[in-house]
Design a protein. Sequence first.
Lengths: 464, 266
Amino acid sequence: MTEHIIDIKHLSKSFSGKKVLEDINLYVRRGEFVTLLGPSGCGKTTMLRMIAGFLDPDEGEITLEGAPLVGVPPHKRPLNTVFQRYALFPHLDVYDNIAFGLKLAKVPSEEIDKRVRKVLKLVSMSDYEDRDVDTLSGGQQQRIAIARAIVNRPKVLLLDEPLAALDLKMRKDMQIELKEMHRKLGITFIYVTHDQEEALTLSDTVVVMNEGRIQQIGTPMDIYNEPVNAFVADFIGESNILKGRMMRDRRVAFIKHEFDCVDEGFGEDVPVDVVVRPEDIYFTTDPAKCQFKAKVNSCTFKGVHYEMFVDTDTGYELMIQDYDPYPVGSEVMLYIDPDDIQVMKKERRANVYEGEVTGDGKVEFLGAEFECNTEGFASGDKVRVTIRFEKVDLLDHEDEAVTTGHVEFILYMGNHYHLTIRTKSGEKIWVDTNDIWDKNDFVGINILPEDIRLEKLEEDGQKV
Amino acid sequence: MVKKVFARIYIALILVILYAPIVFIAVFSFTEAKSLGNWTGFSLSLYKSLFTGGMQNSSALISAVNNTLLIALIASLIATILGTVAAIGIFNLKGRKKQAIQLLNNIPMINPDIITGVSLFLLFVFLHISQGYLTVILAHVTFCTPYVVLSVLPKLTQMNPNIYEAALDLGATPGQAFRKVLVPVLSPGMISGFILSFTMSLDDFAVTFFTRGTIGLDTLSTFIYADARKGGLTPELKPLMTIIFIIILVVLLALNLKKSKHSDEK
């Protein structure tokens, strides 16, 4: 299990100037079930297509058992792919679809016969060999697509969202079957999906990706219980993501209360992000156990559990999942186990840009000219511009706005929203706000002159 | 009810207007009278004379028919290959480039034949290509190819974009993937493109007239034109046209039958 079958090093790819993959490093062990998980546009499919050979990387290398793959055409790679929309050959019947690869490889026909039958049995489609593929249902077509790939005994099987087109029930059944197939065949699987539940159910290792970068690599348990950043915490399962402050080792403050935790090594009095899963906040009737009080403001039955939103006595909203419902309006006592508090290093504390003073009271950054106090700076000075998240004004119109952008990502932080805005210039600005915005909303961006802080930079970009 | 009756009459009227000329020719191919419009009783003598070469210029007519079929066959074969390859190329283009090329592909189809014919004539003269078989075939390929592009493109759009990649993935070289997967999947479009080209080439007059040169190359259309100018159509043309019409009718029926049978199975 420890031998690497695939090694990916410093892989980068751009499409017409836009980086879709940036410095990807990853290895896959022989026999492993690895899932590339991320929202659409995160680069996961691009990466799979590069392993399959349909795309060439701009930089970096991919090796299979130590031999370089980049530059080897797809038909010479000992890998097979299961495509999202099956991609069966409509002019061939089931048997000929599956035998396609074997016939090209000039396998003797008795052996083809044997292997096709065996693989049809494996995907429980034994009586279907003479059927036209377009008479099959979606799930059946997907089984044939899988059979067509594994009959060639690939060293690695690549699966590009193979279950995305199936309905929920079918998808669940196929998940179990895929897992079983992986166990029986012992082939390495690289699986691409945007469905976090699917990734957690199927994989030995999950690779969470966003915006062309790997966010976290780990077992499903690791990823769920110890997300390394707010993106992963938000993407995998439900979570309460909150601003916190590490007081000292094993002691963290958030929602204006202090809690014991198990994290160490952040330093003292350091701002952090805190993640608490909704099922890890417990109700208690014992005042000695109670860490904070709250009022239930909604309660929804979700099948197995109830999902409740509570307002804490300190003004934060938390999501809680519990098997027992608590009536709306009731005062409850709550506690969190130290084990269940996941502390994450803050990725950034403020917006920081490089800019240039363009005149008296004017500075240029984010591709626009902002007014600010430029006392002590001369026109042409290169400066570092710092703006706090909560000091960025978002407008729903373009008038009076200095520049514009789109809401790219929204994170609820218990008592405010933390937004990622992609500006017109293609850069990002992070904003803390109480206003409700939707993803992809068009926004005008304004910053008050007194909220823009400047520091002088040397010509080479170093701070003085 | 009244509406229904009117609708039926309307349809019937249109069909009569469309088919009257053909029926007229077909009916009068079964009589002996040399001049059109005279019925002198049922007779197969025109058919006999057509097939036994009993008419005055039968060898010229036979060679015109042969030329027509040969030119149509070669030109539509070449156009089918060129058009299919072009369609695949156009399909893989993106955005404005794709639109621009598609527009360029459509213009020759809207362009009046007479302009295509004259401009090809001038081009061949300018390039000092002696006119004859070669230039007629080149000219026919020119106006047939866009039709093949148009009939293959929709098949590409309907096709699952991954199947070519799937073939490569299963070990096919790009050439094998083209032959074993793309061609079979695109073949319905290629066949209809071929048939369209073939019929376009069969009945072309203007382009052929300007590109056939002075070596005395005649196709059916130029032969009939010359024949009519000499004073009256050769009577044996009536059975010939009837036969051509019936052949085309049978081919069309067969194709439609096959298509509907295929869609029934699904």
